[in-house]
Design a protein around this ligand. Structure first.
Ligand SMILES: [Zn+2]
Length: 698
């Protein structure tokens, strides 16, 4: 039985954890704890309150809007992915953005690309799906692939039409839900009167209101919605973004009235300053401006990178800052052994988000030097106990802007960067390739293995729900999980030798265990590119995994080829792949030649089924499934665009000629490849023929 004073301190601790993870959840940030751990905390909390009901008033966490946000909302796959935007912070970034597009499209500097200026509302992205004219489903963004079904609550937003005059087919309208600043304080006053916890900012209020469970059945006039793009559509609604916004109005949607088309980037940047100064007067929060290429034909040509479009960018407003103190400096060890220093901060609110740690980048940054050895912060180093200015720019990890040495404690000492790994005590070395300090004991370093296992189950890899960082650490320490294959043996182990419910302790019932086993079971079917990414091979991130999957189509083909290549000491076939550089080849070879890695991998392969790469485009032409090499320069396209066109048509672009190449595409002033193609008998096609082969009509 807990005493009352134990209960008070436990409640305080639990309410902090619950509030923090709920905030992270509402902001769609990464939470450190899993749904199960969250539920466990809630039930522990409820048990204590049941014993000491008089304490309830002091700790209101059980009674907030949107309490217990877990699997209550159905998860639904988006019809097409909701991409995120890359960020720009300076005017120079915007000029670079334009130059990159110009070079991709092979335009000269004088040719204009018109941009649409749209304020970036700091709310919640929402996708509205209309079937035959009626609102069928409303989904939150989620991770971009899978969102949450919030249809019932979205129906209550008066800016969301329940029917639209497009009566045939499925039309997906995307936009932003926000809570107006003018009614935000009213809402908080109301919550205060009811003795409930208030919202820290309008975005949390929007998220909380949209995701609350007790919907009153009246149209909710508090939440608002701006439409800004189309996902799936039965036909092309418009030729340009500006026209689309007009059509949205005709369909009954609101669009932002500060949106505007610009033909000159200078004027656009001027308007950015104007809108920035308007910001306090607006009835919604904006955290930047989105620039989109106006012409949809150009948007199509520009296409997408792995997770963001090439034709849009978010120009962020200057970062928000706060001052706080560094309570400690910790060294974290990543899955590839990199030692990263992290400042543990006295928690501080920066623009509505509580920040308690910031990256210190590397050893030089702490010393007051940049990557080139030049002084930063006037050469001031950073120490434990220092007062620092911390900023957040976008959703990236908070950073340190400056240190106030006038407030420094006289007896503080410079931070001594460890020369041995804090986890396994191996002497660390500087890596020539990226000047990171690394522990090279990859097979025997607990911290690296644990980080690798966390990566393995993470969202973009195997995506196993219910395995938070703390659980994995415990599993590892107690010898339950040592390598990826062990996850798939967990259920049978628990049937025979081990009582997992006892292992997890209070809060873990049969149901949470069943959920965990279900999500492990579900994860056994995995896409090729995800599988490759999950292995955590150095330099093989999401992009490289995608490139390899696009190239090889099937895991078996890739794996056999690489095994065979390694036994014959042949790396050439990897060098031939566009987008796979030297460092990547080296680390692929290192990984797959490692006997222990191979053993773990082969063990894992017993449990998983790897799906072939699914091409996103369904365009089938004469070059589909063909291997191509490009040479020379082209009149109509840049090399980058030509390559991206080939990929959209399901062709593979290689860097070097060999017998298995189908076509050499020859531009102007071709190099020695033409001669080599003659010798090898590879068919050569010129730009016009190439266009004809793919029915190119743009
Ligand atoms: Zn180590």
């Amino acid at each position: 039985m807990v005493t009352k004073s134990e209960a008070v301190s436990k409640l305080k601790e639990l309410s902090d954890i619950i509030t923090k993870s709920r905030e992270a959840y509402f902001n769609f940030n990464q939470s450190d704890i899993t749904d199960q751990e969250y539920d466990q905390n809630i039930s522990e909390f409820a048990n204590i309150i049941a014993k000491y009901p008089e304490l309830e008033d002091e700790y209101k966490v059980l009674d907030q809007i949107g309490a217990i946000p877990n699997s209550k909302f159905k998860k639904v796959k988006h019809l097409s992915p909701m991409y995120s935007l890359s960020n720009a912070f300076t005017n120079e970034d915007i000029y670079n953005f334009l130059n990159q597009m110009r070079s991709f499209l092979d335009l000269s500097g004088s040719e204009q690309i018109d941009l649409v200026f749209e304020p970036k509302i700091d709310g919640l992205s929402l996708s509205l799906i209309y079937k035959n004219g009626y609102l069928f489903q409303a989904l939150t963004r989620g991770d971009g692939q899978i969102g949450e079904d919030v249809t019932e609550n979205a129906r209550l937003i008066s800016d969301v039409p329940l029917s639209i005059p497009v009566k045939n087919g499925t039309l997906e309208i995307r936009g932003e839900v926000y809570f107006p600043n003018s009614t935000f304080s009213e809402l908080n006053d109301e919550l205060k009167i009811k003795g409930r916890k208030t919202f820290s900012n309008p975005r949390n209020a929007a998220s909380g209101t949209l995701r609350q469970f007790k919907s009153n059945k009246n149209r909710n006039t508090n939440l608002c919605f701006f439409a800004y793009s189309v996902g799936n559509a039965p036909y092309r609604l418009a030729d340009s973004q500006a026209m689309l916004l007009k059509i949205f109005n005709d369909l009954g949607f609101k669009t932002n009235n500060l949106s505007k088309v610009f033909t000159s980037v200078e004027k656009l940047l001027q308007y950015y300053e104007e809108v920035f100064s308007l910001r306090p007067e607006l009835d919604y929060d904006i955290d930047g401006i989105v620039y989109k290429v106006n012409d949809f034909r150009l948007q199509e040509r520009l296409g997408f990178r792995s997770s963001s479009p090439r034709w849009a960018i978010a120009h962020k407003f200057p970062a928000e800052m706060s001052i706080t103190v560094i309570e400690d400096i910790e060294i974290q060890i990543g899955r590839t052994g990199t030692l990263s220093p992290v400042a543990k901060l006295k928690p501080v609110n920066i623009g509505g988000v509580v920040v308690s740690s910031a990256t210190l980048h590397n050893k030089d940054f702490i010393k007051g030097l940049d990557n080139k050895g030049n002084k930063i912060r006037g050469g001031a180093d950073i120490r434990k106990g220092d007062w620092v200015t911390v900023y957040r720019a976008g959703d990236v990890i908070p950073k340190i802007k400056d240190v106030d040495i006038s407030k420094r404690n006289q007896i503080s000492k410079p931070f001594a960067f460890p020369d041995h790994c804090p986890s396994c005590n191996t002497k660390v070395k500087i890596d020539e390739s990226d000047s990171a300090i690394r522990c090279h004991n990859s097979q025997g370093c607990d911290a690296q293995i644990i980080a690798g296992l966390k990566h393995f189950v993470s969202k973009k890899a195997f995506n196993i729900d219910g395995l938070g960082g703390r659980i994995i650490e415990e599993f590892y320490q107690k010898d339950l999980i040592q390598q990826p294959g062990d996850f798939f043996r967990l259920e049978s182990k628990s049937k025979h030798a081990l009582n997992l419910i006892e292992f997890f302790g209070k809060g873990w019932g049969k149901k949470s265990l069943k959920n965990l086993f279900n999500s492990i079971e579900k994860a056994r079917l995995i896409k090729f590119e995800r599988f490759l990414f999950s292995l955590g091979i150095r330099h093989i991130g999401e992009n490289a995994s995608q490139v390899l999957a696009t190239y090889f189509d099937s895991w078996d083909v890739f794996y056999n080829k690489i095994k065979c290549g390694i036994s014959k000491n042949d790396k050439q076939f990897l060098f031939e792949i566009e987008g796979i550089g030297q460092l990547m080849v080296a680390s692929l070879v290192e990984f797959f030649s490692d006997f222990k890695e191979r053993e773990k991998l082969d063990d894992l392969l017993n449990y998983v089924k790897i799906e072939n790469f699914i091409k996103s485009s369904k365009i089938e032409t004469a070059i589909t499934n063909k291997k191509l090499v490009l040479t020379g320069t082209f009149k109509g396209f840049s090399r980058a665009e030509l390559k991206s066109i080939c990929e959209r048509h399901g062709a593979k672009v290689l860097t070097a000629l060999s017998n298995n190449v189908d076509f050499l595409v020859v531009g102007q002033s071709p190099g020695s490849k033409v001669k080599k193609a003659d010798q090898l008998g590879v068919k050569q096609i010129f730009e016009e023929e190439f266009k004809a082969l793919i029915d190119y009509s743009l």
